[in-house]
Write a protein that binds this ligand. Sequence first.
Ligand SMILES: Nc1ncnc2c1ncn2[C@@H]1O[C@H](COP(=O)(O)OP(=O)(O)OP(=O)(O)O)[C@@H](O)[C@H]1O
Ligand SMILES: [Mg+2]
Length: 438
Amino acid sequence: MWKPSERLMDTIRHYASFPATGVSLRQMVQFGDRPSTGTLFRASQFLSEELPIRLAHRVQDLGDLPDGLSQMPSIKKVQDWYAQSFEEIIELPRPKLSQEVKERLLRPAKINGGHTKVLPGATQNPSIRQGQYRSSPLHNDGKHNGNGKAVAVRRYFVPSDEHGGWPPELNDYNQRFSKTLQHIKRRHDGVVTSVAQGILEWKRKRQRLQIDSTIQSFLDRFYMSRIGIRMMIGQHIALTEQSHIRHPNYVGIICTKTNVRDVALEAIDNARFVCEDHYGLFEAPKVQLICNDDLNFMYVPGHLAHMLFETLKNSLRAVVERYGVESEHFPVTKVIVAEGKEDITIKISDEGGGIPRSAIPLVWTYMYTTMEQTPSLDPSFDKSDFKAPMAGFGYGLPISRLYARYFGGDLKLISMEGYGTDVYLHLNRLSSSSEPLQ
Ligand SMILES: Nc1ncnc2c1ncn2[C@@H]1O[C@H](COP(=O)(O)OP(=O)(O)OP(=O)(O)O)[C@@H](O)[C@H]1O
Ligand SMILES: [Mg+2]
């Protein structure tokens, strides 16, 4: 089994003293859908610095977990995955470039011979307190590293001068870089399950019933960071392979015209299917969708599908359990989509009997579930990749809220005990807010 060397751990500590650079959805789209070899190379360079920084923070964070948690076998395993991926990126051989090519790469592209194409800065994420998901409260003010030295603030890629061709080494490097990222992405598929497993190991060993706020905020930070890393990797792979080119509304994995109704209908179908399967129902409770047919906005459809699927599963479960599987009629769950200038808001409204007020803070805690039996944790199973059973991990709501916040939205829940629950999913349309990571 692979183990990090002492030297590698030193390098990781060094990288972890630099802050991550957040990127907004808008910046990712403005980067363009058909980057040239030179532009893609700049993006590869940005990621080959940015990803190791983010991975290094996670290695440190996992190592700093309190109360013996960092020593649990599954946590150690995940920490090694991060260290190994870190090593693979920093050790990937870089091409030797002539001075001329280097200079050209640094020159910003001119659009129509006029303006220089520099991406605008990202704005503060409105749903998040400043520094809420930051790895260390002690440093990372964006200008200084841990040693108090000033560091240059790196910007998300600036597309480069496109006149004339590029040497083949650039394209080779881009291809190799993308292959490495694919490999890394696959390695980390099971991270959510493995970390959950690690926490179970620790709970058992230490006889703990609940996780405390240190672990809760570690998990928030850790999974938020994972969403960001996977977003960047997924986007970069898609842009390199140009596989999205067949779909005119896609820039990488971002859909500039995500149709809310289509995504919602699919999520409803999937949630009802899982519900029928789980309870052995002939027909799951109905869901009514109220949504303008052609309402669309810029988003990652997979993220939206995930959040709707998770909240709908919760609603359907509450409804079935309140009325009983033998019931002939279930009340309808309503999904109402509202379009504003700033936000698109989706309300999922059920009559599943609600949640007692004292349990509301708990629903945002990882591993809080009222399901009696937690489904077994199969390592090949990845909660965030939609192969979910009905319920039982206590991850559905907290992870969905991270997805919402990642692009400047939010997820809120209001309940009437004895009647039902309303979940509000706010999605930011302007999408200029930065990832909540710096
Ligand atoms: N619409 C709802 N009505 C009633 N209770 C709810 C509703 N949504 C969530 N809950 C309560 O909150 C708990 C946590 O929900 P969450 O989705 O995070 O985890 P889960 O559904 O138990 O497991 P999973 O991780 O598989 O989704 C649920 O177990 C349930 O008790
Ligand atoms: Mg759930």
